[in-house]
Unconditional design. Sequence first.
Length: 257
Amino acid sequence: MENKRKSITGIKSEFANADIHSVRHVMERYAEDDREGVKKLILSAEKKLTAHQKELDRMEHMFEYERQHADCQYICGIDEVGRGPLAGPVVAAAVILPENCDILYLNDSKQLSEKKREELYDEIIEKAVAYGIGMADEKLIDQINILNADYEAMRIAIRKLTVQPDLLLNDAVKIPEVEIPQVSIIKGDAKSASIAAASIIAKVTRDRLMVSYDEIYPGYGFAKNKGYGSKEHIEALKLLGPCEIHRRSFITHFWKE
């Protein structure tokens, strides 16, 4: 057989260089090759194709809410991160995805690895019709409480959009003082692609910010804990006292002025 004259290493390279759309042709090319190494390569490729189809099916469901409102030209997903930390801002994102969006693996940012979030962040920024990011810092959180600060961050994110949305899909909230029609979806970041995209943008933005704060305010482990109340963070807070970005209203159990 002509294909047998090619080394398994060479065939492995062909599989490695084939994308999800061309790998089936490589599988067909070597389907009659009875070497165990080639059979394993084909089996591995089959598993990847099955996983890819499963992801396509999942993403079909992730656009269910968007399809329900197909009469709207621009549908915007809204989500936030950072309600629970002891330090740093709450960050919200608003994202309008294109009608025929081909981004895979959109999901609740907490369900994704840091590497996958970073990859998706770049893809969302590149492909989104528009996006906006809003923040409410620790001082505003202390002044008006976390829920109202959360709403303000969302309103800022919406105002930063370069396209006016016809509808907002929100993760479990209705944003006050916003005239755009809104749909609140419980656990929306795992059910709506638009909200998932906003979740990823907000998460990556805030995580990067907290990493930069770790250099400005060393000792609290912000690069690792992102401002959340880990054991090490609380111990550092008790030892060092609060820094500029600590939420005073959140640390009363650990620090008295």
